[in-house]
Design a protein around this ligand. Structure first.
Ligand SMILES: C[S@@+](CC[C@H](N)C(=O)[O-])C[C@H]1O[C@@H](n2cnc3c(N)ncnc32)[C@H](O)[C@@H]1O
Length: 472
């Protein structure tokens, strides 16, 4: 971050603009929205500035800038467009200790005016630090589309009820949950449509009813395969609201960054073959945190119900009488397929796909595969096989499938799918083990077995990283 963002109070405080043309008027409009007391210094001023002066909204000194104009001001703008004068403003301001902005001259400026999304009192400022103003404008436009035009009215409405809510909902965490539920709920929607009277009546009964509610809840949320923009919108919203996040090792840092900054984080991550926090202990943590009345997000890589032990956690929470909900995530198989261009089913090649664990194959050794996976039946099925946790047992899986006729079937191994360090290797089932070992695969990896694995030239894949422009 090259510049430090702050919001400065300029209400009824003196601000100086040197310059009387369109560039000066643009700054003036913004400053007046924040109720600054603006003095324009310029020998000539355009009609807009003259009108404001005549209406008594600003002061205008019809003369050239002089360093004394800076006395007592909190901000100064050089907007004359005349290089020598703007430099003089910048130099004098620095000397006087007044932060200065020279229009379109970051080299002469102490601060910049960001692109502003104005839903006062909600204000969003966007800056590219002077590197790419057009990109910043694109970001601003994207945020403008996201934010309801009446968002400011909603903030003012909530402010009216702050005292009442404080009186009946004790404890800051409980209040946080109250407001989360309010902003997501029907009363807020009513305010946004303009019916503030009806919304106020609803709010009064809501405040009284919710004052008694203290229950915690656990959301078991799928984080997707790692990339931060592959979590669902619902998952993201719950992360933003959570008091505590209990997360796995495979959850990407970018996803965790979506969480509230003051949320507690509990890492119960498992490395392969290592179980720092046993499953029953994880269940206990979830139950204990929810019993404290907290909003808990149990964040799991991929989808919670695909080799994620989410089912066990849900059962434990149900048995303990804790409210729990599951939010799906993009599982590794579909994520890796998309990120490599390898379809899991394909007309004429595969009409079924099986998600299977290769985990137990490693423990069984080279003598016939995992006891609870019927590789012979899978080999006969003709389905694409998406093998999770199969790296350690790759040799066993390859032998088993080869014995049942799949020796020459194409395979693709996708390591760290959708992440910046994604790698893809292709071959055939009989050399799967060599493929894994020769390439030193250590990250989470998915093995795709079937004709579909040879349909795409994986050397052309981009790693499935969505360009920013597509997100806007
Ligand atoms: C315990 S399972 C969890 C699966 C997860 N619940 C899901 O739906 O993707 C972990 C295995 O998922 C696969 N996996 C998870 N993330 C992956 C990724 N980004 N790329 C490739 N494989 C991944 C690997 O096979 C890894 O060993």
């Amino acid at each position: 971050m090259r510049q430090f963002p702050i919001f400065l109070t300029v209400q009824d405080r003196p601000v100086l603009i040197a310059g009387g043309g369109e560039a000066a008027a643009r700054k003036l409009r913004l400053l007046l929205k924040a109720d600054a007391w603006v003095t324009v210094v310029a020998p000539d001023a355009n009609d807009e500035i003259l009108d404001l002066f005549e209406a008594g909204d600003i002061d205008w000194q019809a003369r050239a800038f002089q360093p004394e104009d800076l006395a007592g001001v909190v901000l100064a703008y050089g907007a004359t467009g005349i290089d020598a004068v703007d430099r003089q403003v910048a130099t004098a301001a620095r000397k006087a200790g007044v932060p200065v902005n020279v229009v379109d001259r970051p080299d002469l400026s102490d601060f910049i005016t960001p692109a502003i999304i104005d839903r006062a009192p909600i204000t969003v400022a966007v800056s590219s630090g002077g590197t790419a103003p057009v990109l910043a404008r694109g970001v601003k436009a994207a945020i403008e589309r996201l934010l309801h035009p009446n968002l400011g009215r909603l903030a003012v409405f909530a402010e009216r009820f702050r005292g009442a809510v404080k009186a009946v909902v004790p404890g800051s965490r409980a209040r946080l949950r109250f407001w989360d539920a309010f902003f997501d709920g029907p009363i807020a929607a009513r305010v946004l449509t303009g019916d503030e009277t009806g919304a106020a009546e609803d709010m009064l009964s809501y405040v009284n009813r919710r004052g008694l509610e203290q229950d915690g809840i656990v959301h078991i949320v799928g984080a997707g395969p790692g990339a931060a923009d592959l979590i669902t919108l619902r998952g993201q919203r719950l992360l933003e609201q959570a008091d505590v996040i209990v997360h796995d090792r495979l959850v990407g840092d970018g996803v965790l960054d979506l969480a509230r900054r003051d949320a507690d984080r509990i890492d119960v991550g498992k490395a392969p073959g290592r179980h720092p926090v046993p499953q029953d202990k994880i269940n206990d943590i979830l139950i204990a945190e929810a019993r404290l009345g907290k909003r808990v997000v149990r964040l799991k890589g991929g989808d919670p119900f695909v080799f994620g032990r989410g089912g066990e956690e849900l059962q434990a929470l149900n048995a303990a009488g804790i409210r729990a909900e599951v939010v799906p995530g993009i599982t590794a198989a579909t994520a890796c397929a998309a990120a490599t261009g390898i379809p899991l089913t394909h007309r004429g090649h595969a009409s079924a796909v099986t998600f299977v664990t290769g985990h137990l194959a490693r423990e069984k050794g080279g003598d016939g595969g995992a006891p609870n996976v019927d590789w012979a039946a899978l080999a006969r099925s003709g389905a694409t096989l998406a093998v999770y946790m199969g790296i350690g047992g790759a040799g066993v899986i390859a032998n088993d499938l080869s014995r049942h006729g799949l020796a020459d079937t194409p395979v693709a191994v996708i390591e760290n799918g959708t992440r910046p360090d994604q790698r893809v290797f292709t071959g055939q089932v009989h050399d799967l083990d060599a493929l894994v070992r020769a390439n030193g695969i250590t990250g989470p990896a998915l093995i795709v077995i079937g004709d579909v694995a040879a349909l795409t030239d994986v050397s052309t894949v981009t790693g499935g990283l969505a360009p920013l422009a597509a997100a806007m």
